[in-house]
Ligand binder design. Structure first.
Ligand code: GLY
Length: 370
């Protein structure tokens, strides 16, 4: 089973190929991009331990050699030090403009290596081989690259589109259930923001997807990537519609900051909780039917996912502090909080017209329920 979504950006269109076993064919798929039969691969130690030999063999089948750099796994890797490490390593490997750099890993590796490729020699091409569900459905597509700084997440970066994305869905079999479900939070987001039928399909098929239904996983990744591609083609640099992809993210980023960007709350878990809160806020503002937030939460709970602030272990700061953390998000413009809210399931929109006291009350109620 093989699906291809074309991200038809003028002058830099590329394919996202989705299906099981793509690593074995990586050489054949990447060869047309190469000026010489050699690639540099940057990965993390976990992914490399599991899959680097398969990638090496897939490239070697077409006579392509590779050199690999392995970085420590985890969000902490996405920093200035590792950006320097990657770019210096690529320069010592004599990577040129005609070469291709491969980002082989989850969202951290994709963002970091994509940014290194964006600034190396003022831009070299790169291929994304995303290994987590989150990176297959979201971060590997659309060209957002970057690192975190002491000021916050993803505050330094560039738009740099990949030349090809290979989403090998067989790699999802090696994810822990928690990692899979965290990525699934982003899949649910697509249904909620723009496709009610997809959300209904996920309500029916989600448990099978979590159990390992391979064909269903290809369908879910393809639909998610198609939705993302359609939005990115309309608004590559997030002047408008692309912000819809941030459904749940204003809450999520505040919760991630409050929990230290670590094991207490993974990004996709925060997105799921944030989506539930965005629907609750929409209902309280009279924008969407009152039953929609319950339906969103029911699906997340049925999947065994974190749904409420009560599902986050340990202390959380008060509603004021969480609101302040939201205020530091990139989605603040002219000091106003920009939210993605919904008129219903599958019908999200961006607004800056959200009274602060309503958000405060929502956070207070959610904290009180812990
Ligand atoms: N992850 C949101 C975006 O790519 O715009």
């Amino acid at each position: 089973m093989r699906e291809t979504v074309n991200v038809a950006l003028p002058g830099r269109a590329y394919d996202v190929v989705i299906g099981p076993g793509l690593l074995h064919e990586a050489g054949a798929m990447i060869a047309p991009l190469l000026g010489r039969p050699h690639v540099t691969v940057i990965s993390d130690e976990t992914v490399a331990g599991l899959h680097l030999d398969s990638l090496r063999a897939g490239l070697a089948a077409q006579g392509i050699t590779m050199e690999a750099l392995q970085l420590p796994p985890g969000e902490g890797t996405k920093n200035w030090d590792n950006l320097i490490r990657c770019t210096e390593w690529l320069l010592t490997r004599k990577v040129e403009r005609r070469d291709v750099v491969i980002a082989f890993g989850g969202g951290v590796i994709g963002d970091l290596v994509g940014f290194a490729a964006a600034i190396l020699r003022r831009g070299v091409r790169f291929v994304q081989i995303p290994t987590s569900l989150l990176s297959q459905v979201d971060s590997s597509v659309g060209g957002k690259t970057g690192i975190n700084t002491g000021h916050g997440k993803n505050l330094v970066g560039a738009f740099h589109q990949p030349a090809l994305v290979l989403a090998d869905t067989a790699l999802l079999d090696t994810l822990t259930p928690r990692d899979f479900l965290a990525g699934y939070g982003e899949v649910v987001k697509y249904g909620l923001l723009g496709d009610a039928d997809f959300f209904s399909w996920l309500e029916a098929q989600g448990p099978a997807l979590a159990r390992g239904d391979g064909a269903g996983r290809v369908t879910a990744v393809r639909r998610s990537v198609q939705m993302k591609a359609d939005i990115v083609i309309r608004d590559e640099t997030e002047q408008g519609d692309r912000a819809l992809l941030n459904l749940g993210h204003t809450f999520c980023h505040a919760l991630e900051a409050a929990t230290g960007y670590g094991n207490r709350l993974m990004h996709g878990e925060g997105v799921a909780i944030g989506c539930a809160m965005a629907f609750e806020l929409s209902a309280r503002l009279g924008l969407c039917p009152q039953e929609d937030p319950s339906r969103v939460r029911a699906h997340l709970k049925a999947m065994g996912m974190k749904t409420d602030l009560a599902d986050i272990d340990g202390e959380l700061p008060g509603a004021d502090a969480l609101l302040d953390l939201m205020g530091q998000d990139k989605k603040v413009k002219d000091g106003k909080l920009h939210f993605v809210l919904a008129r219903g399931i599958g019908d999200a929109f961006v607004t800056s017209d959200v009274p602060r006291d309503k958000v405060f009350a929502l956070l207070q109620d959610a904290l009180a329920a812990r």
